[in-house]
Design a binder for this molecule. Structure first.
Ligand SMILES: [Zn+2]
Length: 266
C-alpha cells in the first residue's frame, strides 16, 4: 500500500468516527445538552447503545434505521452525516496533503457540517461554535494560510459588511433579512479562509439561497416570509471554497476583470 493510499484509508476511517461525534453535537447542542456525557443512547426509549450499535454507517444499515428495543425509527441523518464527513476528510488530502493546514481545514469543515445540519433543522447557528471558531480561525491563520492580515480582513468583510447591509435592509424593509448567527458564521469563515474567499462564500451562499431556498419556498407555497436557513447555504459555499478555493478565486477575478472591461473601466 502506498503512503497516499494509507493516508486516504486512515482519513476515511477518522472521518467516520468524527462524523459520529458530529451527530452527537448536531443533536445535543440545540437542546442545550452536554456533548461529552452521557454516552450515546436511544432518544426515544433512553437505552444506552452497545458498541456494535454505534459503528458509523454500518449499524444504521444493519438495524435498518430502527432502535433494537423500541423500534423507533432512527433518523437517516446519522449515516448521512458520517458518510459526508468521511468523504470530506478523504477529499481534503489531495487538496492540502499531510501537514498542519490539513488538520486546520478538517476542523473548519467539521464546524461547517454541524452548522449546516443544525441551521437546516432548527434555524439557529449556536454561538458555542461560531464564536470560538472566529478566535481559532484567526489564531491558526497567524502561522498558516491565508495569514493574519487576510484573516482579520475576512472577519471584517464576513461579519461587519453584511451586518451593515442587513441594518439598512432592516431600516428600509422593516424586517430582518439575515440573523446575527449568519454574521458570526461568516466572520468565522473569514477567520479561516481570509479575504477574498469569504466574499466569494457570501456571493455563492446568496445564489444558492435564492435558487434552492426560493425554489423550495415556491414548491411548499408557504410564502417568502418563511425563514430560509441561510447558514446552511453559507456552509455549502464555504466548503466549496475549502476544496476549490484557488479555482473559485481565479474565476471570480476573471469575471470582475471581464465586467470592468465591458463597463469600460480600467
Ligand atoms: Zn429505543
Amino acid at each position: 500500500m502506498s503512503a497516499d493510499t494509507f493516508a486516504t484509508v486512515l482519513l476515511g476511517a477518522l472521518g467516520l468516527i468524527v462524523g459520529s461525534f458530529l451527530n452527537v453535537c448536531i443533536y445535543r447542542l440545540p437542546r442545550g445538552a452536554s456533548v461529552a456525557w452521557p454516552g450515546s443512547h436511544c432518544p426515544s426509549c433512553g437505552r444506552p447503545l452497545a458498541w456494535f450499535e454505534n459503528v458509523p454507517v454500518v449499524s444504521w444499515l444493519v438495524l435498518r434505521g430502527r432502535c433494537r428495543t423500541c423500534a423507533t425509527p432512527i433518523s437517516p441523518r446519522y449515516p448521512i452525516v458520517e458518510a459526508i464527513t468521511a468523504l470530506l476528510f478523504v477529499a481534503a488530502y489531495p487538496a492540502y496533503g499531510p501537514g498542519p493546514l490539513l488538520a486546520v481545514r478538517l476542523l473548519f469543515v467539521c464546524a461547517l457540517v454541524v452548522l449546516f445540519a443544525i441551521d437546516l433543522e432548527h434555524q439557529i447557528l449556536p454561538n458555542v461554535i461560531t464564536l470560538p471558531g472566529i478566535v481559532i480561525g484567526v489564531l491558526c491563520s497567524v502561522l498558516l494560510p491565508p495569514g493574519w492580515p487576510s484573516a482579520l480582513l475576512g472577519v471584517a468583510a464576513g461579519g461587519l459588511f453584511p451586518f451593515a447591509i442587513a441594518e439598512v435592509y432592516l431600516r428600509v424593509r422593516g424586517r430582518e433579512g439575515m440573523g446575527m448567527g449568519d454574521f458570526k458564521m461568516l466572520a468565522m469563515v473569514g477567520a479561516f479562509l481570509g479575504w477574498p474567499l469569504v466574499w466569494i462564500t457570501l456571493l455563492m451562499a446568496c445564489v444558492l439561497g435564492i435558487v434552492i431556498g426560493g425554489g423550495a419556498l415556491l414548491v411548499s407555497r408557504r410564502g417568502l416570509a418563511t425563514r430560509i436557513p441561510f447558514g446552511t447555504f453559507i456552509a455549502v459555499a464555504a466548503a466549496l471554497c475549502v476544496y476549490f478555493g484557488d479555482a473559485l478565486e481565479y474565476g471570480y477575478a476573471r469575471a470582475v476583470r471581464m465586467y470592468l472591461d465591458w463597463a469600460g473601466v480600467g
